[in-house]
Design a protein around this ligand. Structure first.
Ligand code: SF4
Length: 355
C-alpha cells in the first residue's frame, strides 16, 4: 500500500484547493461560490461527461436545460425527444439511463437528487465514480472519485508503477482518493483533481514546471512522470463494415429504426447493412424492405471508432427504386424534417453529405 503521511495529505489538499481557487475551469453546470450547486445540473453534466470532452458537452448541456429546466420536465419527456437532444453525443445508453434516473428520482425521492453514495448507486447507470462525483459536487459529501484524470494524477503523485488497469491497483487508488478527499470542500477538491489532470497533469508532456504540486510529486522527483500511469495493453478492436444506402423517393429519403438491443438501440438511420460485400446489398434491400434498386453509386466512406470495433461506413446512393415498402419497415422523410427522429451518430455525417 502506498504510504501517504497525514501531513503530506494535508499539504496536497491545501495546495490543490488554493490552485483551484485561482484556476478552476468555468463550466455552465459549475456553481461559483457562494452560489450553491444545482444537483440536477450536476447529475446531467456527469451523465454527459462520461467518455466525452467538456468542450463537446457544453452545447448539449445548454440545450438540455433549456428543453428540460427541471428534473420533473425531464422525467415526463418523451424518450425520442430526449434521444433527439442527445443526438451526436454518442453512447446513447447514457441518455436512456439519465431519463430513467429522472423518473426514479421524481417517483421515489420527490424530485430531489439523492445526497448519499448508497442511494445514488441505486439509480440506473450510476456507478461508483458518478455517485461520488454527484454526492461531492452537489452536496459536498466527502466521497472519493476516480476517473481517468484522477488515476493519472494519483499514480504520478505517488509514483505507482503497476498497471492501473489491475483490480488491486484500482482499489489502491480508490483508497488513496478516499483518504485525500477532505471533509470540507470535497466537491471542489474532486473537481480540482479533474481540472489539474485536464489542464496541467496531461497524458503527454505534463506541465510539471508550472504545476502547483511539483514539490510533492514522487513521479516528478523520480523523473518518471511521462511513463505513468502504466496500462495493460488492450486487445485490438475488431474491424467491421457497415453499408449505408440512401434510398430516395421524390424529395424524401427512407429511414429505418435500429433494434431495441445493441449499438445505437432504437435510433434511426438510413438503411444500413452490416455485411462485408456490397454485392449482396440489392438482395438484402429487397428482403428487408421490399424494394428493388438499380445500380448503387458509391459515395463517401469514413471510419467510426467504438470501444470494441472500428467500423468503416460506406455510403451508397440507390437509383431506379421500385416496389412497395414493407409494412412498418421504415419512414419516408425530407432531410429538413428529421426533427423527431434521433439519428445514430455516424448517420449524421451521411445525412449532412446529402443536404
Ligand atoms: S508535477 Fe508533473 S507529474 Fe506531478 S502532478 Fe504536477 S504535472 Fe503531474
Amino acid at each position: 500500500m502506498t504510504d501517504c503521511p497525514p501531513r503530506l495529505e494535508k499539504k496536497l489538499v491545501t495546495r490543490l484547493l488554493a490552485w483551484y481557487d485561482q484556476h478552476a475551469r468555468v463550466m455552465p453546470w459549475r456553481a461559483i461560490r457562494p452560489q450553491a450547486p444545482n444537483p440536477y445540473h450536476v447529475l446531467l453534466s456527469e451523465a454527459m461527461l462520461q467518455q466525452t470532452q467538456v468542450a463537446t458537452v457544453i452545447d448539449y448541456f445548454n440545450r438540455f436545460t433549456e428543453a428540460f429546466p427541471t428534473i420533473d420536465d425531464l422525467a415526463v419527456a418523451d424518450e425520442q425527444q430526449v434521444l433527439k437532444l442527445w443526438e451526436g453525443l454518442g453512447y446513447y445508453r447514457r441518455a436512456r439511463n439519465l431519463h430513467a434516473c429522472a423518473r426514479q428520482i421524481v417517483s421515489e425521492h420527490d424530485g430531489v437528487v439523492p445526497n448519499t453514495v448508497e442511494q445514488l448507486l441505486k439509480l440506473p447507470g450510476i456507478g461508483r465514480y458518478t455517485a461520488g462525483a454527484i454526492a461531492s459536487i452537489a452536496y459536498d459529501v466527502p466521497a472519493p472519485i476516480l476517473d481517468g484524470n484522477v488515476v493519472r494524477v494519483l499514480s504520478r503523485w505517488f509514483a505507482i508503477t503497476d498497471s492501473t488497469d489491475e483490480k488491486p491497483v484500482k482499489e489502491q487508488l480508490w483508497a488513496l482518493a478516499d483518504r485525500l478527499v477532505p471533509d470540507k470542500r470535497a466537491g471542489d477538491f474532486n473537481q480540482a483533481m479533474m481540472d489539474l489532470g485536464a489542464m496541467i497533469c496531461t497524458p503527454k508532456s505534463p506541465a510539471c514546471l508550472t504545476c502547483p504540486m511539483n514539490k510533492h510529486c514522487q513521479a516528478r522527483e523520480q523523473g518518471i512522470e511521462e511513463t505513468l500511469p502504466k496500462r495493460t495493453p488492450k486487445n485490438k478492436p475488431t474491424k467491421v463494415t457497415h453499408h449505408v444506402v440512401s434510398i430516395q423517393r421524390k424529395d424524401q429519403f427512407l429511414f429505418t429504426q435500429r433494434p431495441a438491443d445493441g449499438l445505437w438501440s432504437n435510433m434511426w438511420q438510413m438503411p444500413t447493412f452490416e455485411t462485408v460485400s456490397e454485392k449482396v446489398l440489392p438482395d438484402q434491400i429487397k428482403e428487408q424492405l421490399g424494394l428493388q434498386v438499380g445500380k448503387l453509386k458509391q459515395c463517401q466512406s469514413f471510419k467510426h471508432q467504438t470501444t470494441h470495433r472500428t467500423i468503416t461506413f460506406t455510403h451508397w446512393q440507390a437509383s431506379n427504386v421500385t416496389g412497395r415498402l414493407r409494412k412498418n419497415a421504415g419512414l419516408w422523410r425530407r432531410l429538413d424534417q428529421l426533427g423527431d427522429l434521433p439519428l445514430a451518430k455516424p448517420q449524421l455525417k451521411v445525412v449532412a453529405s446529402l443536404q
